[in-house]
Design a protein. Structure first.
Length: 225
């Protein structure tokens, strides 16, 4: 009789497990590892009702498939609670580089070959992607002085970063000059990067990039209706 009960119990577990959504990690985990960041906030001006979920993904590279790190329901008021746990070393497969087209960099990174991982917060409904969270942003005017944007960013090791990058951005028939001044000291795994517009004049914007600022700003997102 005890063996029969045990067999029934195992079958029940298998049935329950088969009903779970394997594309996302459970948000019911109680023992998150040390270093996990728990975010309990809200998407502003949420008018889309219930049935949506927020999923944190590690975006694929040649080494692994797109992987859900955690997921949670989005409340009818836009509220959510999601976790950013320390990531496995295999995900840090992209050597950090600030170089891009039309940019000239002079940035010192103390950790040689510092790596990061590309992550994204996606908004889903009924198993279909409906949008994404682009970052946390406080908008003052149109990129006027004082505007800042905050991003959660995962690094493969601790490092100090300093220096500047000068970019020439096409703007119609003109070219705008954008200066980024970096002064950061990051830890392994999750940090936040804050970009602040320190000055703006016709044809030029200056940003300060650091992770020492404490900001409380709404999330910026988009929904494909």
């Amino acid at each position: 009789m005890k063996q029969v009960i045990s067999l029934i119990f195992v079958i029940i577990i298998l049935i329950v497990s088969s009903c779970s959504d394997d594309s996302t990690s459970s948000n019911n985990v109680t023992n998150w590892p040390e270093g996990t960041i728990t975010i309990s906030e809200a998407l502003p001006d949420w008018t889309y009702g219930a049935g949506y979920s927020l999923i944190l993904y590690a975006v694929p590279s040649v080494k692994y498939t797109k992987t859900a790190i955690d997921s949670c329901a989005i409340g009818t008021d836009g509220s959510f609670t999601i976790h950013l746990p320390p990531l496995e070393d295999k995900y840090y497969d992209r050597t950090l580089s600030y170089s891009s087209v039309n940019c000239y960099d002079s940035i010192f990174i103390s950790q040689t070959g510092l790596k990061d991982v590309n992550t994204v917060f996606e908004i889903h409904k009924d198993g279909v992607i409906k949008g994404a969270v682009k970052g946390k942003k406080r908008k003052i005017g149109n990129d006027s002085t004082g505007t800042y944007t905050m991003y959660y960013h995962a690094y493969g090791s601790g490092s100090n970063m300093s220096g500047r990058s000068i970019c020439y951005v096409p703007n119609g028939q003109n070219v705008d000059t954008v200066y980024y001044k970096y002064s950061m000291s990051v830890n392994k795994h999750w940090n936040y990067d804050v970009y602040i517009v320190t000055s703006k004049t016709p044809g030029r914007r200056d940003y300060s990039v650091s992770n020492t600022h404490t900001v409380s700003v709404p999330w910026e997102y988009y929904i494909n209706k």
